[in-house]
Structure formats: C-alpha cells, structure tokens
Design a binder for this molecule. Sequence first.
Ligand code: SF4
Length: 487
Amino acid sequence: MNTTSSSASETETDYLRSKHHEFLAASDKALRTPSLQIILGQLGDTLGERNRQAWRMLPNSDLVRQRARQIKDETLANLHEHLATLEKSIEARGGQVHWADDGDAACKIVIDLIRQRGATRVVKSKSMTTEEIHLNPALETAGIETVETDLGEYIIQLAGHRPSHIVGPALHLSAKEVAEILSVPAGRQLPVERETLAGFARTELRQKFAAAEVGISGANFAVAETGTIVLVSNEGNARLTTALPKMHIAIMGMEKVIPRFADLPYFLKVLARAATGQKLSCYTSFITGARREGETDGPEEFHLVVLDNGRSRILGSPLRESLFCIRCGACLNACPIYRSVGGHAYGGTYSGPIGAVLTPLYDGLVANQHLPHASSLCGACQAACPVKIQIPEMLVQLREQLHHEPALKSRWENFAYGMWAKTLKKPWLYRLSTWLATRTIGRWYRKNPWLKKLPGKLHGWTQKRDFPAPAPQRFRDWWDKEGRHES
Ligand code: SF4
C-alpha cells in the first residue's frame, strides 16, 4: 500500500499534496478553507497552551534551555569530529554508517540496502528527514512497499497529503475527514469515533509490522560517545519499527549528533515540553547497534545514513543557528502566520517560522522568495523555541539577501527606492514632499485616515490591508504652533 505518489501526480495543483512555491496563492486558499480555519483557530488554546504550562512547571527552565542551546552551539563548532566519533562508536557495535551528500544519494543508499537484503516490504516511523529527501516516492518507484506507522503519517499517506505540522502531520484534518480516509482501506464506513478509528489503524498496522523485512526510522539525537540513536515518540510504533524487522535503517541530518550521553537530559526535558507539553514523551528509545549475541529480539543489521543536503553549506554561513533546531514544532504553534494559513501553504517539508528559514536554505531563496516575508517579526517563535533560535533575525537576514538577488531586481522598485533615498538625503526636498502630502492627501483623508487602494504598481500594498494616509498636519508644523508651548 502506498498511495502517495499516484495521488500526487493526479493533483499537481493541489497544495495539500504537491511541492510548490506558490506561498501567496496557497495561503489565500488556506484562508478561504473554513474547516482548516477552525482547526488552526484552536491551535493556540491546545498545543500552544500546553507548551506554556509545561514551561511553567519546569524549575529553571530558562537555564535548561540555555544549556541545550550551548550544547548545540559547541557541537556544531566541532561537528565533523563528533560525527567521526559517532561513526567509530556505531561500527564498534556492529553497525554501519553511510554518508549522503544529498537527498538522491540518501535514497539510493536506502534502496541499495533494502535490495541487498532481498526485501520488498518496509515499515517506517515518523521522520521529517525522510520527508525532506522524498524517500517514500523513491521507494515506491523502486517497487518497495512502504507503510508509515505513526497514526498521523499513516492517515496522510492514505490521503496522499504532505505533513502540515512537524509534530502533528495530520493536524489539518478533522475527525470526520479522518473517518472518510480510513473508511477506504476498511471497505466500510467507519464512525467518527476516535477509539474506533485508532483501533482500525492499529489492527491494520500490526499486520504490516509482522510482515515487514526492513524498518526505517529517523533519529531525534545520536550520541557520539556511545553510538546510541535516540527516538522520542508517543505511539510506540517507533519501537516496533526498529525492533521487529530484520534490518533497521535510521536516517538523520548531520546536525542531530550530540557529544555525550550526559547531554541528553537537557534535550529530553525541553523537547517533549516544547512539542506536546509533556514532561517526557511516552516512549524514549535508545538504540545502540543491532541485536547482540544472547539477545532475543532486535534487528540483525543496523545502518545509519547521515545526510548533508546543504547542511555543510549552512554550517559555514551566518544562518548556522538554524541547525540548532530539534524539530519540536513550538514555533509553529506560536506563530500568527502559521496559525492563519497552516503548514501546506509554506510549500516545503518544514513549515512555520523555522520552515520559512529552512526551505529557502535547502530549496533556494529565489524559488521561495515569499517565505522570509511570511512573518510579522513579533518574536513569538523565538520566545517559544526550546533552544532559543533567533528566527526573526534570520528572516531579516534572508530578506536582505533577497534584496541583493539579481533575478528579483525590479527596475520600478529600484527607481522608487532611489527617489526615496534622494528625498531623505535632501532636507528641503523632504520638507517639500511632506508639505505637499499633508496639504493634499492628508486633508482629503482627514475623516478616514486610511487609503484603501494605492494606484499603479503600489496596489499590492493595499490588496490585503489599508495604508495609513499622511496626517493633515506635519509634526514640525504642529510643534511650531502648539507642541513647543505644551512642553
Ligand atoms: S525552531 Fe525551535 S521551536 Fe521551531 S521547531 Fe525548531 S526547535 Fe522547535
């Protein structure tokens, strides 16, 4: 069973399914989808409120977050050393490490490993890194049956959708829509009852677990000194994925390594709180190599695929801090833009404020030119982030880079900004312009000081918002007449 790519090819223009860069069109569509707006409207009161409560209950939460951030910073400063230690530790325990420069290379490594094993059936636990490299369509093209086993991922795989949230991939779907989707493989109409729907998925997935020859997972963290892969989940599917099949392949971005086991508690404390408002997730799995002699379960083979896919480039750039991200999704829940348009509008694998940084970095700035502007720069994302990533600052840096992109230079915009610069440099010209503006537009709009429609090329400003009209009186005139005496 794998419906992902057949659905995608049939619905190339459907923003729920296909990769695109149409942020403006997709966000417009999202704003006009009432069912999505109801779900997004509840996000701040559900996940957002749980995040806030969880922080309140952690003594010294600020210090814990600061330490987690510091560990990330120090690890990235010597990333290649820690990755080399990780490789040695994994090999010492009988595992193998594979290095992938990009998504295609990673998919090829995974497919080759599965073929060498003579396998055709794979179960997967939730992994944003495998979404990033489009592993499912690659496996399907290679004739390998792939089943997502996280409930949300299973639902969207059946629907042929992309994840709309880092933590809750099916967040955009109502219970009624989920019942419709699951009724197709059930061959009967399932009721809109959460227990029944989850029970159906559980029964289906148990059979898939039992039949699978390979289990594929991501990795929340990889501890260099012990070669331990750490998986954090709430459903237990990650344990079955990594323990039942004969081969386990884990895929992770190279920034997921942490040096020591003693570093782990800082991240475990902040990840669950930021992601779901829990003190600790229901399952935290530590996987150190394949099954050893005398052990009764676990895979016979363990492989770790370490993905670069642009991360080395980002590491040496001013935006290296984006590699601190532990994929908790808290910045999405806090962001007024995400809470208005949802995850699919962002077009890439990662959505919300961190997606607005990562997607241009991984997928090209010009192709994703609207994303750095998909933010009010209110700072809610940074406040919510468990490792205090300065997302607004990075968005501003990307906006600045856009300004210097030759492909996006507009003659008209250059002319307008050139005139503005000239006006600001010449006090007499500035005074004349403001005098004219207040005597004309400012006075016409005295009663309703908002311009609803700007003319010509400026009309974009007023497509979705009003523009303040100049005041009927300049500040300097008011100051000369009244302000001076008042003070
Ligand atoms: S940027 Fe911070 S808040 Fe957003 S997903 Fe990453 S770690 Fe979580």
